[in-house]
Design a protein around this ligand. Structure first.
Ligand SMILES: Nc1ncnc2c1ncn2[C@@H]1O[C@H](COP(=O)(O)OP(=O)(O)O)[C@@H](O)[C@H]1O
Ligand SMILES: Cc1ncc(COP(=O)(O)OP(=O)(O)O)c(N)n1
Length: 346
């Protein structure tokens, strides 16, 4: 159950008008609704319960390695590029360090590498953390964050940026100022607030500073609830929250349903007045540490490669599905282990 603490104005009660459905790319079942009322959303949510687990699950469980784009293959082997200079697509993550390597900066850099992008990083905080939980958090001074940002952005052509744990409002201000100045292209904001273990990693007031600049925001249900001030504990609530959050600034919002349970993992994407339900099979594993970080990092890579937002989100969901499937057989730490980012278990 995801319940938020703080109420924020928005268009949570906005009307919806019509609803249609379609299949998307044969991999994930997406349903699109434009407009409609809360009750209609609830009915849809009930009607859509228990959809069949589809072939994607079988393929993922059988173990399919992450795709690498053609350009990334040449970048990895420059001699095949006949001596021409190669510039890998460069992504920046602005996030906290997870000493256990499963979430935060470490997860982001693994995702970038797995999907063929070059990763740069700006640390906002250092956490002492493992698969069992967070033991300590040290936020970094805003000035240190500014210095890292300046160094990276002065030297690299960054194609997309993702933010994760910001820690303090002062650090969020630094990042928001950079976004306002147009220095953070294709910004994906993962509004990290609380680790699944329960440790607080951020505050609503900090993530709110960044949301207006996001091309895509990726709150989970608890984060969406905390920001909108409304409970988000079912599909209908996710639809309402996605619309309310998009009204507050982000071009697109994906409310992720990883924590909702059921046979499927359903996300709600809202942008441009269109709401899309992304349905995928749920992988039965406890090794889900860093799932949200990995999802938003994969979206950033796909945006950098030129995907439109819906395609980027769909590809990211498929990547996470594969990485979770691989993690089922992992024994890393005693708690909630990390994802199999490179398809090693496949
Ligand atoms: N067990 C699972 N099986 C398949 N997909 C999952 C599972 N858990 C999460 N996901 C997917 O991973 C992405 C991140 O979601 P979520 O777990 O809600 O983020 P967070 O880690 O921030 O709570 C979403 O696309 C969600 O549907
Ligand atoms: C340093 C750091 N950043 C973010 C998180 C949260 O990771 P996330 O993928 O959102 O979710 P959980 O792994 O907590 O379920 C973190 N733990 N540490």
């Amino acid at each position: 159950m995801c319940r938020g603490g703080r109420r924020r104005s928005g268009s949570a009660g906005r009307d919806h008008a019509s609803h249609r459905s379609r299949r998307n790319s044969g991999e994930l079942d997406q349903r699109i609704c434009q407009g409609g009322q809360l009750e209609a959303a609830r009915k849809r949510a009930r009607a859509h319960g228990g959809l069949p687990v589809r072939a994607a699950a079988d393929r993922a469980h059988a173990g399919i390695k992450p795709d690498r784009p053609e350009w990334a293959r040449s970048a990895a082997a420059p001699n095949r590029n006949q001596g021409k200079p190669v510039t890998p697509k460069t992504i920046l993550t602005i996030a906290g360090s997870d000493s256990g390597g499963g979430a935060g900066i470490q997860a982001d850099l693994k995702v970038f590498a797995a999907l063929g992008a070059y990763g740069t990083s700006v640390l906002t905080a250092v956490t002492a953390q493992n698969t069992r939980g967070v033991d300590a958090v040290l936020p970094l001074p805003p000035r240190t964050v500014t210095e890292q940002l300046d160094s990276v952005l002065a030297d690299f052509t960054v194609r997309a940026v993702k933010t994760g744990m910001l820690g303090t409002p002062a650090v969020a201000d630094v990042v928001a100022q950079a976004a306002r100045d147009g220095r953070l292209p294709q910004l994906v904001v993962d509004p990290v607030l609380v680790a699944t273990s329960g440790h607080r990693l951020g505050v609503v007031g900090a993530v709110e500073r960044l949301l207006p600049y996001a091309r895509v925001a990726t709150p989970n249900c608890a984060e969406a609830a905390a920001i909108t001030g409304r409970p988000v504990d079912d599909l209908a609530g996710m639809v309402v929250a996605a619309e309310a959050l998009a009204a507050g600034g982000p071009e697109h919002v994906v409310v992720t349903g990883g924590d909702l349970g059921g046979d499927e993992a359903v996300d709600v994407l809202h942008g441009g007045g269109v709401t899309t339900l992304l349905r995928g099979p749920r992988v039965d594993t406890r090794h889900t540490h860093g799932t949200g970080c990995s999802f938003s990092a994969a979206i950033a890579v796909r945006l950098a490669l030129g995907d439109p937002v819906p395609a980027a989100v769909g590809a990211a969901k498929e990547y996470v599905l594969r990485a979770l499937s691989g993690a089922r057989s992992w024994e890393l730490g005693a708690g909630r282990g990390p994802l199999d980012h490179f398809g090693w278990s496949a």
